[in-house]
Design a protein around this ligand. Sequence first.
Ligand SMILES: OC[C@H]1O[C@H](O[C@H]2O[C@H](CO)[C@@H](O)[C@H](O)[C@H]2O)[C@H](O)[C@@H](O)[C@@H]1O
Length: 582
Amino acid sequence: MTRPSTQALLDEDISLEQTLTSELRADPDQDMSDLYNPIRSTGYIVVLTLIVGALQLAWSTEFSEATPFLLSLGVSKHALALIWLAGPLSGTFGQPIVGLLSDKCNLDWGRRRPFIIGGCVATVLSLLYLSHSANIVGWFLPNRDQDTVNRYTVPFAAAGIYILDFSIAVIQASCRALIVDVVPSVQQQIANAWAARMIGAFNIVGFWIGTWDLAALFPWLGSSQFKVLSWLVATIMLVLTAFSCWAIKERSPRYDLAIRMERKKQEKRLKDMGIDEENATVLTVVKSFFWQVLRSIARLPRQVKIVCYAEFFAWIGYFPMLFYTSTYVGELYLYENGYNNPLNLPADERQRLLDEGVRRGTAALLAHAVVTLAVDLLLPYLVDRFRDSEWINMRRLWIYSHVVFIVATLSTFFIATSVQAIVLFAFLGIPWGCAVWIPFALISEEISRIKDIKAVQIYDQYRKQSVPSSAESENTLVTPETSFYLSKVMVAKYDHVVYDSGILLAIHNVFVSAPQMLSSLGSSFLFKLLQNSDKDSFDDSLGWIFRVGGIVGIGALVLSIQVKTNAELYKEDKAEALTMPE
Ligand SMILES: OC[C@H]1O[C@H](O[C@H]2O[C@H](CO)[C@@H](O)[C@H](O)[C@H]2O)[C@H](O)[C@@H](O)[C@@H]1O
């Protein structure tokens, strides 16, 4: 059997689109205003991104409390590394499933909010379960000593971390997609900047609450810091998420013309492959899932593809920055204070040095978080202020951020004291502030830009097939600036790409999470290779892990140079439309 040519497939898609437009036009419920989002107020964007902030509280509680809790149960450091794979695994596998399911969700109150609410309830329950897991196991093992209860608790607590991370993935995948769905293209940059600000601000709030003696302040909420913190975070998360979901309304996916069009095309393609989703078996569901993820990866818009590839390289280096900073600073403190022979030190002096090492590690994380927030407050403002500047735009800032990251991580060659290391990690707040804002903004802007182009094309077909009413003649979608998007070459170009926000943002998260697994494996290898035979003497393995991350970051730098601004993408499309014959 000969395969149809790409051009034949595109022609078929275009004619399918025309048929669908007339079918959907016949639907009296269809409203053309559903094709685009109105400009949103700052208050609206703040309320919308509160979900991202509330979620960060769950992350920061897990980061700060889970490791000491697991160690207190007697989990080995090796097992701990396996448990911590839950984060990257949930990001790599959980988010694409949620992305696809929410893209297909057909509930009248929206595609994303059902998942956000479900994910929030699951996150809250798993956080409470995790922090109380020893008590829960204890109920089933009465009259056993604490050591035995702790031993039995380990697998339940490990499962708790996995359930928590997969629940977090449900909210993370849906709240980013919600931003793309309800905010217009021109505000994607600022909306994602607010999401980054929320991450920074709620991280600091999480740190700050974590420094209080919570068990003494709220004894009725639990006997340990972790238990009380979980109750507080659970309450704040539920209140903020419920408020956002109540205040932010989504369009019903049943009346969104662009969504309906994309779904019908998808259904047809699946049927052509022999996959009938209506009479699905487990096997067809799995087959259809992989087919849809692979198809989406193959049809990523070029700009999104470049950002994803750059993220892959960048996150190899970000992973140690997020996970090993406090250990690195703490170790430097210990060894600059003669900790090489701890057994020669009096016990109380040993403990004092260890405690001060932990405090310096925390100070580094705090300095990093404060700089991150400052960067996310200042840079989006500068980008907006110098809107026409060639040197201050998101694309340029992302390039600079990779340069800062590479230089900073390589400077570990010269870092000898914990104070120098704290200053270094404060500096690393600059690239991290960009990392939680710019790639998301670039991808969201691109999805939104493509949706706008599709709106112009769909509207034009709709208009050709109907007598214009007064409401439609007021429509400003097809203008002299956008009319070239109606050329055959542009229709074919944008017919070929996927622009569903759920799956695209989830694929981006795969390029964020998968390299973390590689980085974690690479780090264990370097630890083994560089570790001294005398385990108490100082080794520079962490320094080398940061430097390798910096060198791999050169890949991210090279790729980020290929990212285009919106103006460049527009010019490129226009030139392509004008030079290609119809
Ligand atoms: O993008 C900001 C977020 O980055 C991290 O999350 C990513 O890594 C996680 C595993 O470490 C993974 O589970 C998640 O899916 C990824 O997005 C960070 O852990 C978050 O705190 C931060 O908000």
